[in-house]
Write a protein that binds this ligand. Structure first.
Ligand SMILES: O=P(O)(O)OC[C@H]1O[C@H](O)[C@H](O)[C@@H](O)[C@@H]1O
Length: 244
């Protein structure tokens, strides 16, 4: 799916789709929805923070996605802050795959803007065991491995347009981040206008944050090295059976 060809980004952050693209109405997450995971207590409001277009595809590819139980979503995360905190997604974990001890993974790609993906692994008591911040720019792909909860932050001054490929039937788990008021680190605007990571003291233990540049990550599906996620899935859907 190509920004500028298959869809355009309006100043509001909403998308307009070209002919031949199947796209649902977006789900909207508003400030009131993210309150339980924010650094600061702020008054609820219906200010929109991000738009989620779930199940986008070209008409000609609809069956291919359906046959493989894979969904392609586009999310626009608006730029800005809530108090000092950069706008972010609520964040969630994925459930176990049926008859497996592994949870569903996911593949992300940045189409425009910048992202920080917080990837967090918890122990059985819900305390953080490992956390990394993956810095991603246009064209970068980020695989979310099984067992990692994830939060997306927009650290930039432009809307972040990102996409994901994911198994199409499961429901995400919101409890673990909600119970701890978010991931183990918050990303706040510092004095100099740059972002700072600040520890979330609702976790009893303390784990250093690992910074990772997205291009240094390994790619479990090698075809994504030369193709967008959309093109890669259409060219080689079998390569994405790791998502199921
Ligand atoms: O569910 P949230 O934590 O708000 O995160 C938002 C994202 O979640 C999943 O990855 C969905 O497939 C995306 O469509 C959505 O953008």
């Amino acid at each position: 799916m190509i920004l500028g060809k298959h869809f355009t980004l309006e100043a509001s952050g909403l998308l307009t789709f070209a002919g031949g693209v199947l796209a649902p109405e977006p789900d909207i997450r508003r400030l009131a929805d993210v309150l339980p995971v924010l650094y600061a207590d702020v008054p609820p409001s219906d200010r929109p923070l991000y738009y989620m277009y779930r199940g986008v595809c070209l008409e000609k590819d609809r069956e291919l996605y359906q046959q493989h139980d894979i969904r392609y979503d586009i999310t626009v995360v608006l730029p800005g802050t809530i108090g000092k905190e950069y706008i972010k997604t609520v964040g969630h974990f994925h459930p176990l795959k049926p008859h497996s001890s592994e949870t569903y993974p996911e593949y992300y790609e940045v189409l425009d803007g910048e992202a920080i993906y917080l990837l967090q692994k918890n122990n059985r008591s819900g305390e953080v065991e490992e956390i990394m911040a993956v810095e991603a720019k246009k064209g970068d792909k980020v695989f979310i491995p099984p067992a990692y909860g994830h939060v997306t932050i927009n650290p930039g001054s432009q809307p972040l347009v990102m996409v994901n490929l994911i198994e199409s039937h499961f429901s995400s788990l919101y409890g673990p981040f909600r119970e701890k008021r978010g991931a183990a680190y918050y990303y706040l605007e510092g004095e100099d206008g740059k972002g700072d990571f600040v520890k979330n003291t609702h976790y009893q233990n303390s784990v250093a944050l690992k910074m990772v540049a997205a291009p240094n990550l390994s790619q479990p599906v090698s075809i994504v090295k030369n193709k967008s996620l959309y093109e890669a899935f259409v060219a080689e859907p079998e390569a994405f059976k790791i998502l199921k």
